[in-house]
Write a protein that binds this ligand. Structure first.
Ligand SMILES: NC(=O)c1ccc[n+]([C@@H]2O[C@H](COP(=O)([O-])OP(=O)(O)OC[C@H]3O[C@@H](n4cnc5c(N)ncnc54)[C@H](O)[C@@H]3O)[C@@H](O)[C@H]2O)c1
Length: 246
């Protein structure tokens, strides 16, 4: 626990569970106030009158992204940190991937991140700066078989983030991508009931011999969101147990 982010206001998308929920906890533990958003109403359990407000909505809808940035400003007085974390995955061979699968994944991982980042950028630009962290994947840099839409969306997210860094630099806005390896979360629960065990089974693909816990990824997100990383921008920061080192 530190107070290094005291006075800072953060917005975390996809905050109901997994990496998003761990990031809300990290930011709170370091003194920030947080607007936690998610399409799942379960995000409401994070509400805390001392420092966490919530908004339920689909981040791929422009209106939700606009209202989220507005709510952070209205409720807490500004917006200094965006963690664009909301994500979906469809895991199928390319020949079985439907247009609807493609659109669904791209709409959350690329369009949703773009909309929320644009709205946050506008507030940060007018308030003298901020930090944007997008949650990519090892699939931001290497292809992931049976995840065509997901890999394409995470590649797009990395490129979007680099542009945010370039356009943000004159305004004191930094933007970076965290690119995790496999994390033990419920990401694939729409495909399989044993999604956590299934994801854990990918441990051996990582040189460190295991998958990540959400809290380990939240640490890296927190570093990139805080002034500790003041000279880091436009970077794709791997947190993948060495997956992309080979
Ligand atoms: N789990 C992994 O192995 C892994 C690996 C690399 C990167 N990631 C990325 O980490 C991020 C967090 O994923 P996670 O593993 O915590 O999974 P998760 O499914 O536990 O969390 C994702 C959250 O995003 C929310 N969400 C989905 N669609 C949304 C929408 N349209 N609008 C608003 N919220 C929406 C979900 O409701 C959920 O709460 C994602 O961007 C994911 O792609 C995950």
């Amino acid at each position: 626990m530190t107070n290094e982010l005291a006075g800072k206001i953060a917005l975390v998308t996809g905050a109901a569970r997994g990496v998003g929920a761990a990031t809300v906890a990290w930011l709170r533990a370091h003194g920030a106030r947080v607007l936690a958003t998610d399409i799942r109403p379960e995000v409401e359990r994070l509400a805390d009158k001392d420092g966490v407000a919530v908004l339920v909505g689909d981040v791929s809808e422009e209106d939700v992204a606009v209202r989220s940035a507005l709510k952070a400003v209205e409720q807490f007085g500004g917006l200094d940190i965006l963690v664009a974390n909301a994500g979906r995955s469809v895991n199928k061979p390319v020949t079985e991937t439907t247009a609807a699968d493609w659109d669904e994944v791209m709409s959350v991982n690329a369009r949703g991140a773009f909309l929320q980042a644009r709205e946050a950028f506008r507030v940060m630009r007018d308030n003298g700066g901020g930090a944007i962290v997008t949650v990519g994947s090892f699939a931001s840099t290497v292809g992931l078989a049976e995840a065509a839409a997901y890999s394409a969306s995470k590649g797009a997210l990395a490129q979007l983030t680099k542009v945010l860094a370039l356009e943000g630099a004159p305004h004191g806005i930094r933007a970076n991508v965290v690119a995790p390896g496999v994390i033990e979360t419920d990401l694939l629960d729409t495909f399989r009931a044993d999604s956590r065990a299934y994801l854990r089974s990918f441990g051996t693909a990582h040189p460190l011999g295991r998958v990540a816990q959400p809290e380990e990824i939240a640490e890296v997100i927190g570093f990139l969101a805080s002034p500790r990383s003041a000279f880091v921008t436009g970077a794709v920061v791997a947190a993948d147990g060495g997956y992309t080192a080979a």
